[in-house]
Design a protein around this ligand. Structure first.
Ligand code: HEM
Length: 186
């Protein structure tokens, strides 16, 4: 009797082990981010910045969220204010999300990479507006090769700037109502 219970118990353990192994393998097979590490996040004021280094795609996936129905932006590696930063500015208008790859052309000026002779290197994933907040998820290459972008190396600390515009500022040009800079290890 004791022996039968022992064998049944052993079989039960083996069955649960196989299920666990099966699920673990399934997880690894899904999504481009498999095996490339976890999402990280940072909050400054009421701006939230989430990022994931996607090794397999040599890209950086980003979610930016701020309390505005206007534009939201993140910028990498400025020399001062927004000068020489790789800027990504997005907004949601009429349910459609838009994003543009910009470059800081001065302390308080910026322009689209494409207007400067560079290339647009941002890929929109999804964007939404809800309860007065805008969320934009997108992807940029770690090294686009464009002179108006910055090379991003995992494990390196960069000065990163965040800003957002007034409610309804669905454009790439109006000034922010809030801006901040932080040092973050990507
Ligand atoms: C055409 C659009 C923009 C205009 C006219 C503008 C203008 C200005 C001005 C006048 C300042 C100095 C005074 C202040 O702090 O308000 C400033 C600072 C700053 N801006 Fe902009 N800006 C624009 C877009 C952006 C964008 C897209 C970003 C990207 C994240 C940004 C990030 C910053 C940062 C981080 C500062 C420094 C704030 C501080 O250290 O206190 N700006 N901008």
């Amino acid at each position: 009797m004791g022996k039968t219970i022992g064998i049944r118990y052993l079989m039960l353990i083996m069955a649960s082990l196989s299920i666990t192994l099966f699920l673990a393998c399934g997880d690894e097979a899904t999504g481009p981010e498999a095996g490339s590490g976890d999402w990280q996040w940072y909050e400054v004021g009421d701006f939230r910045f989430d990022w994931l280094v996607e090794d397999s795609l040599s890209s950086l996936r980003i979610i930016m969220k701020a309390p505005t129905t206007g534009w939201v932006a993140v910028g990498f590696d400025p020399t001062s204010f927004m000068n020489e930063a790789n800027l990504l500015i997005g907004y949601v208008s009429g349910g459609t999300a838009h994003i543009r790859d910009d470059y800081g052309t001065g302390l308080i000026t910026h322009d689209a990479d494409t207007n400067l002779g560079g290339t647009n290197n941002v890929t929109m994933i999804t964007g939404s507006e809800s309860s007065g907040e805008t969320t934009i998820e997108f992807r940029i290459p770690l090294d686009s090769g464009d002179q108006y972008d910055k090379v991003i190396t995992e494990g390196t600390t960069y000065l990163i700037i965040f800003a957002y515009g007034a409610n309804g500022s669905d454009d790439y040009t109006s000034q922010h109502t809030w801006a901040e800079s932080v040092s973050l290890e990507i």
